[in-house]
Design a protein around this ligand. Structure first.
Ligand code: CTP
Length: 417
């Protein structure tokens, strides 16, 4: 899809670089059209390097190709982030004094604007009227987040997180999803559990929760009634349209999952669960002794194993296996052994380590059944992986409904060691 990313001149312009990367990773061709003021914040070189496309701001450049008309006409989607008070005003007035506003006048595709400005500007009657005008004309104007702004002030006016902007923008143009999980209850755990050592410290892990959030989001899009059990997931990443239960420790996550297991059709353990917790939690902050510190750990319960043991007939239980290869075997070898050991209906094996698996990076999984056979592979953005995994879940639910055997394939796999 051809996307125009308009960037107006505000401090939040740097966040548009992350948005650009998300849109590119989702497989789209993105052309960045900054306003001249935006280039005061992030230069053209950055946009050209990240988009792989030329960057112009003025209607007088590239005039031979009639760029000021062509870019808007050819776009499938226009996203403006950040949309400053000035940009909203010029767009509402129908001005065409730079390439971005000219593009907005010629675009016939869906347009989404993500405002960012100081709270006073957002609440000013002029901005309120401009936003109402744009919305009346069918432009999708997001509400800004409430939070820390430039300088010391905070309040409504913060640019929504790049993930939220990308999801809202792509939802405008994506064909409606097949409702193949309609009437199903799906419970997904996401994030990483934290085990307290004392009132200020914990043992934790690097999981951001993005993969679990993507699964919950896709399940909801496919019509499921979704609960997301979120262990220490950044609030900005939490999706709309799903019930969110926040937990911190493994014990809390286990309780939340087990409580909901009896009514769920699908249970997905995407959370990175701490295998161990401190044997004792100090009531007060542990002080330096000058002689090192030894922490005694006890093993946590295996939540996934408990869910598998208690699974009802027809219920689908999905686990994840975050693996690094080692001298004993490849990522997939360890994944197969874990699939047989854990007994989940599906186990999504992914390679983790430097630059893969955790955080805001693409993902790749091989999905195994309880016998360690390859069911499917999925790669790309975390949304792509979520879609591939849920396709396999839907196939299993259908098999259980028909009593037919699932398809497996021994396809060669592409995970690194
Ligand atoms: N898991 C769980 N409870 C635990 C540990 C893991 O439910 N105490 C779940 C995870 O959510 C994931 C799956 O088990 O779905 C595999 O997690 P992983 O950390 O890869 O495996 P472990 O069982 O911890 O095995 P090991 O660390 O020895 O590889």
């Amino acid at each position: 899809m051809r996307i125009v990313l308009g960037v107006a001149g505000g401090i939040a312009a740097y966040k548009a670089a992350l948005l650009l990367r998300l849109l590119r990773e989702a497989g789209h061709d993105v052309r960045v059209v900054p306003t001249p003021a935006a280039l005061e914040f992030v230069g053209a070189v950055t946009w050209e390097a990240l988009s792989g496309r030329p960057v112009t701001t003025s209607v007088f450049e590239g005039a031979d190709a009639v760029e000021h008309v062509r870019i808007g006409r050819e776009a499938d989607l226009v996203v403006v982030a950040p949309a400053t008070a000035d940009l909203l005003a010029r767009a509402a007035a129908g001005l065409a004094d730079d390439l971005l506003t000219a593009t907005l006048l010629t675009a016939t595709c869906p347009v989404l604007m993500a405002p960012a400005m100081h709270t006073e500007m957002w609440h000013h009657p002029a901005t309120v009227a401009n936003v109402a005008t744009l919305r009346d004309r069918g432009v999708h104007v997001l509400d800004p987040d409430d939070g820390r702004l430039t300088g010391a002030d905070s309040g409504p006016g913060r640019l929504p997180e790049p993930e939220a902007i990308a999801a809202a923008a792509l939802a405008l143009v994506e064909p409606p999803a097949a409702q193949d999980l309609a009437g199903r209850r799906v419970v997904v755990s996401a994030g990483g559990t934290r085990e307290p050592l004392d009132p200020v410290r914990f043992l934790g892990n690097r999981s951001s929760g993005r993969q679990g959030v993507a699964i919950a989001t896709d399940a909801a899009r496919r019509g499921a009634d979704v609960t997301l059990v979120a262990a220490n997931v950044d609030a900005a990443l939490l999706p709309d349209g799903v019930e969110v239960v926040t937990v911190e420790t493994t014990a809390q996550l286990q309780e939340a999952m087990t409580e909901r297991a009896s009514t769920a059709d699908v249970l997905v353990m995407a959370a990175a669960v701490a295998d161990y917790r401190p044997a004792a939690v100090a009531d007060a902050k542990v002080k330096k002794s000058g002689d090192g510190l030894t922490i005694s750990l006890v093993e946590n319960p295996d939540v996934l194993a408990g869910l598998v043991a208690g699974a009802r007939p027809g219920q689908v239980v999905v686990g994840f296996a975050a693996e690094t290869g080692d001298e004993h075997g490849s990522v997939l070898d360890h994944g197969r052994a874990k699939a047989r050991r854990k007994g989940a209906d599906l186990l999504a094996v992914n390679a983790v380590g430097a630059g893969t698996g955790f955080g805001d990076v693409p993902n790749a999984v091989v999905v195994l059944d309880a016998a360690g056979e390859v069911v499917t592979e999925a790669s790309g953005s975390k949304a792509d992986v979520a879609r591939g995994l849920l396709d396999a879940v839907v196939a299993l639910l259908a098999r259980d409904a028909d009593g037919a055997a699932p398809e497996t394939s021994a396809a060669p796999t592409t995970l690194p060691r």
